[in-house]
Structure formats: C-alpha cells, structure tokens
Design a protein around this ligand. Structure first.
Ligand SMILES: Nc1nc2c(c(=O)[nH]1)N[C@H]1C(S)=C(S)[C@@H](COP(=O)(O)O)O[C@H]1N2
Ligand SMILES: [Mo]
Length: 210
C-alpha cells in the first residue's frame, strides 16, 4: 500500500532528481553495527523538556507505547533510492506527548549508538510520517538496519534517520549532526536536491564548523 503522497513506481516523479532506483535494501552506515544489550539499553529524551526532567524508557517500556505503520521510500544522499518500506513502530509525535518540549524548542538532535547524530527541525520531527521503527515489512529490524529502534523521517534523506536510536535532545537553537558537520545539507529534502552543505543558503542552518 503506497503512501498517498507518493506516486506509483512507474510514475516519472517517484524517484527524486539525481537518485537511482535500487532493488532490495542496501545496508549503509558509518562504523560498526552495535551489539544490543537489553539490560543497558534505554531511550532518553533530554535537553529543553517542558518539565526540565529527562525522560527514560527501557526496552521493555517500549511495548506499552502506541504503534503506527508508515510506508515510504528511502533515499540515501549518495544516490540509491529503495522503495516501499513498510515501517512499524512508535510515532515520533508520541514522544512529544509523553515528554513535552519547552515552548522555546525549535530543533531536535536524534542520537544513536557511538555518537551518531542527526539534527532536525521540530516540524520535521513532528511530521505525522516520522516514526521510531521497531519493525520492517512485518519483521523486527535486523541488527544492520537498526535493531532495536530506528528513526524514520521519510520526507528527508536517509542520514536524518539514525539507526540504533538512543536519544532525542530538545534544542532551543539549531546545531549540526554527524553528517551535517561533514559536508551534508542541514535540511536534506531530496525533492529540493538538498544534498551537500555547499548548496545551503544562510537560512538553511548554522554555519559549518571548520
Ligand atoms: N547510527 C547510524 N544511523 C544511520 C547511519 C549511520 O551511519 N549511523 N547512516 C544513515 C544513512 S546515510 C542512511 S542512507 C540510512 C541507511 O539505512 P539502511 O542501511 O537501512 O539502508 O541509515 C542512516 N542511519
Ligand atoms: Mo545515506
């Protein structure tokens, strides 16, 4: 079942400009695949929360959270687009309900194992299609695709969706994440060709360090 916003596979505008359709589902990330240790695992929401407190869920706690399904294509900024991923998991908006941000929050940093991070505008994180996925095509995520939890933000390039998600930091100003500090576009809309940071204008985000 296709997302109602995305055209059919044969449609000329299904694949964003500069992307190529790949079959199957390539694995793509920087660094090693972390080992999942349930007794040490938690999901932390911290930074500028409304209450000032950090919120924390253990792996078992996740089972009690609401679920949704999102079907979407995955666009890697290095070129490949794989299609029709059926993600199942916890809507990102659930986090906003359970751990509300302070009113001055404008951005979030999504944190993963080993310090991988991706910054998002609050409006991108609160998209109704943004999901913290636990399952893909009816099966639990595999280790290399992000088990046990992965952020999916379907309207942005893949680097905005950390695999092995461990935290959401509420921020009162924008700050670059892992790839955004290393030459990738701060906003990452594939349909706007927001691939590299040299394509940014001043309104797109904070100046690049170095
Ligand atoms: N923790 C972590 N998450 C990550 C990455 C990474 O390097 N580390 N790479 C991102 C990039 S660039 C892409 S395109 C997708 C790829 O997801 P896949 O391997 O499931 O296809 O994961 C994203 N999530
Ligand atoms: Mo990517």
């Amino acid at each position: 079942m296709a997302d109602e916003r995305s055209p059919g596979l044969g449609a000329p505008d299904r694949i964003p400009p500069g992307q190529r359709l790949v079959h199957g589902w390539p694995v793509s990330h920087y660094g090693p695949v972390p080992r999942f240790r349930p007794e040490r695992w938690n999901l932390r929401v911290f930074g500028a929360t409304a209450s000032g407190n950090t919120h924390e869920w253990t792996f078992d706690d996740l089972a009690a959270l609401p679920r949704a399904t999102v079907v979407a294509d995955l666009h890697c900024a290095s070129g490949p687009t794989s299609t029709d991923h059926e993600w199942y998991g916890i809507p990102a908006t659930t986090i906003l309900d359970l751990a509300p941000p302070a009113t001055r929050v404008t951005h979030v940093m999504a944190w993963a194992e080993y310090g991988y991070s991706a910054n998002l505008r609050l409006a991108d994180f609160t998209s109704p299609h943004a999901l913290m996925a636990t399952h893909h095509n009816g099966e639990p995520l595999t280790a290399e695709h992000g088990f046990p939890l992965r952020l999916v933000v379907p309207h942005l390039f893949g680097y905005k969706g950390p695999k092995w998600l461990r935290g959401i930091e509420y921020m009162t100003a924008d700050r670059r994440g892992f790839w955004e500090e290393r030459g990738y576009h701060n906003l990452a809309d594939p349909w706007q060709q927001q691939r590299y940071s040299y394509q940014e204008d001043e309104s797109n985000g904070p100046e690049q360090a170095g």
